[in-house]
Design a protein around this ligand. Structure first.
Ligand SMILES: C[S@@+](CC[C@H](N)C(=O)[O-])C[C@H]1O[C@@H](n2cnc3c(N)ncnc32)[C@H](O)[C@@H]1O
Length: 307
């Protein structure tokens, strides 16, 4: 479904400040894609959510959300969940927990595979080796996350037309390991060209930043944010944002312009931004009023910077 006139859809292009266990505003089968990243239950300091639940409580929370996602997805619509495994002791494979939940849910979820999000250099320099150079207890330090991909009821999305991705992007993004840094040499070249041109024309720093953002990233600057960081979003005032590039690729691969993208854990609004940048509609839920405001500001900033 491609929505052009949004008037009859008051829930569209909105971030609803509320609990995604009850997405009553969103009608059945109205959404083509869910892309989201749940809290990982690792005691992060969220403003309203308790990120230190028992495993049972945590699983119940996620189950309620997946049930609602199933209801609002169109047949063949995809659920893409970005999640990291957690190194609580013992190590807990959250992606396995979520896959099992979906497989045993009683709803017809069809597994499509895992994308490995290789965080590469941005994964930090954890030195939690367990035992360094000794066999007693070498410990793995994850430098990747997952996106587990599922389809509702059937493999094909009805009316799934042209997405707008290039042939190269399609080939790269249907490979199961995504390495954001692969783009860096090309980006650096473009940035160097833009900078040289701007200096020649005596432009100020703000102009240069805006111009590079548009040319290099195909997006406008969100005021106050760093746009160069593709693999993490360290400058956003939220404890666990994902990089806009992540939902942007998922959206570009699995939907066409005008489709509707849902994020039940909207946080700082990265999915809404990615949807806008790719010409899709969005709807999201977020428990915290503070993060709802932050998300609204980021989305509005995007619109302002583009006009
Ligand atoms: C991992 S963060 C999502 C970050 C987001 N992807 C971004 O880029 O900013 C999870 C978010 O889910 C929110 N949350 C937790 N429980 C929720 C619920 N039941 N309904 C809606 N939001 C919830 C938290 O407040 C937190 O902002």
């Amino acid at each position: 479904m491609t929505i052009v006139n949004t008037q009859p859809f008051p829930w569209l292009d909105r971030i609803i400040c509320g609990d995604a266990r009850h997405m009553d505003e969103v009608p059945d089968a109205a959404v083509q894609l869910v892309i989201t990243s749940p809290p990982y239950n690792v005691a992060k300091d969220y403003s309203d959510h308790n990120d230190n639940l028992s495993l049972d409580q945590y699983v119940n929370l996620l189950n309620a959300i997946w049930r609602e996602c199933y209801r609002v997805l169109a047949p063949g619509g995809r659920l893409c969940v970005n999640v990291a495994n957690t190194d609580r002791k013992p190590y807990l494979s959250l992606v396995s927990v979520i896959d099992e939940q979906l497989r045993l849910s009683g709803q017809t979820w069809l597994h499509r595979g895992h994308i490995i999000w290789d965080k590469g250099a941005s994964a930090g320099i954890s030195t939690a080796w367990g035992s360094f150079g000794r066999a007693s207890n070498p410990t793995l330090r994850d430098v990747h996350e997952y996106i587990t991909v599922w389809s509702k009821d059937q493999l094909k999305l009805e009316d799934g037309g042209e997405t707008g991705v290039s042939g190269n992007q399609f080939v790269a993004w249907t490979r199961s390991i995504w390495r954001p840094e692969e783009l860096l040499p090309e980006l650096q070249k473009k940035i160097a060209e833009k900078l040289a041109d701007a200096r020649k024309r005596d432009k100020d720093d703000a102009w240069i930043a805006e111009s590079i953002a548009r040319a290099v990233w195909g997006q406008a600057v969100v005021p106050g944010e760093t746009v160069w960081e593709m693999t993490t979003e360290s400058s956003v005032a939220h404890p666990a944002p994902f990089p806009v590039e992540l939902p942007k690729r998922v959206i570009a691969l699995y939907t066409q312009p005008g489709d509707v993208v849902l994020d039940p854990f909207m946080g700082s609004g990265s999915t809404a931004i990615a949807a806008k940048l790719t010409g899709r509609h969005y709807v999201g839920y977020e428990l915290s009023a503070e993060y709802c405001q932050l998300a609204a500001k980021r989305v509005t900033g995007l619109a302002t910077a583009r006009t």
